[in-house]
Design a protein around this ligand. Sequence first.
Ligand SMILES: [Zn+2]
Length: 249
Amino acid sequence: MSIKTPTLDQLKETVALSHRILYAAGLATDRGHSSTRVPGTDTFLIKPWPHIQMCRIKADDIITMDFDGNIVGGKREGVTRVSEWPLHAELYRAHPELGAVIHTHQKWASMMGIAQQPILPVFGASHSDSVAEGIPMYDDDRALIRQKWQGELMVKVMGDAPALHLQSHGMAFAGPNLESVTIDAVNIEYQAELTWHALAIGGANPIPRYFTHRHVERRKQADIPEAWEHFWKWVDENPESYQVRGVHL
Ligand SMILES: [Zn+2]
């Protein structure tokens, strides 16, 4: 089956949608950023600065940047780049196969990083695969990634992991496409929250590797998860419903 390469406009729509989903799922308000590589180029699409509330981000807001920090598309008056653009650029530069990167300050996963406690795969094998192999920790210089050298060091620490703790700062995520990385960010937050609550009432039993392994392998493929169309686009259209329920599924 051939996979059709999305147009630039379609990629910008996906980047905007990723931000709105992160907002709807309670992971971010106006800080944090999602990006996607423009296939076959050394450029990526990302939200600009000043921050726009994430529930309001539209495709027209998205700018194009190169790996050296230049805005090469979508620039408007008063618009510049987010300060942590090297977090995205150095991951793309180091991993040519990488299609998407996200940075958030999401509460539960960040808290587990602050406490230096593992986020355990506790709920659903297909939802917890992204934490099944552990999440590394970057703890240099208060974990801000605003310089090239910080990005290079972060890339080394992250390796091939789908997620990274930025000590006392938040999280970074990376993967083949923005749809799967967005869902990873949401899933990891849910596993972190449930791990904490389970530990608080007596203990958390991780799902055995036997059950998570095939999902770990599947996640490495470039497929867009079915949940993107069937659930998360609905969440974008019905954020109030999702937030009132306050649960992941
Ligand atoms: Zn940050």
